[in-house]
Design a protein around this ligand. Structure first.
Ligand SMILES: Cc1ncc(COP(=O)(O)O)c(C=O)c1O
Length: 138
């Protein structure tokens, strides 16, 4: 379900989240837009009350902070895009996920490399979404 924005900030309006939650809802995905963060205090309270994860889309907000927390560091997973139009652009498609959880990091790496571990043994159906060396260098 999509949740409308607060027209003053263009970010997710926390007052509209609860109406969008259904029995199938597992996570809230705030998009920190135009270099500013969504109201993570209010979103955090709702997530805790409803037992939901938070996944931040920080593709347009790298370098932004909420209080002293960098965008992408306040939830289970932070998502960054380095597509050339983004705040931190690479030379083509690339991106990064951030997490404080080592087990989550391992699982995300697994999905990003064909679900493969060890080499040629596939644990899950994954993707090829590794950042290539050229993009990483740029
Ligand atoms: C806020 C936001 N999230 C995600 C994306 C998708 O990024 P990518 O194309 O690197 O997957 C975009 C792209 O425009 C974006 O603006």
């Amino acid at each position: 379900m999509f949740v409308d924005i607060d027209p003053k900030t263009f970010n997710l309006d926390p007052n509209r989240i609860e109406d969008a939650i259904t029995p199938l809802t597992r996570a809230i995905i705030p998009v920190h837009l135009f270099g500013q963060c969504a109201d993570m205090d209010a979103i955090g309270v709702i997530a805790q009350q409803k037992g939901l994860h938070i996944i931040e889309d920080a593709a347009q907000a790298i370098g932004a902070k909420f209080r002293s927390w960098p965008a992408g560091s306040m939830s289970a997973i932070g998502c960054l895009s380095f597509y050339p139009t983004k705040n931190l652009g690479g030379f083509g498609d690339s991106g990064m996920l951030t997490t404080h959880d080592a087990a989550m990091a391992e699982r995300l790496r697994l999905f990003a490399a064909h679900g493969m571990s060890p080499r040629y043994y596939h644990q899950v159906v994954g993707l090829n979404s590794r950042i290539d060396s050229l993009q990483a260098a740029v």
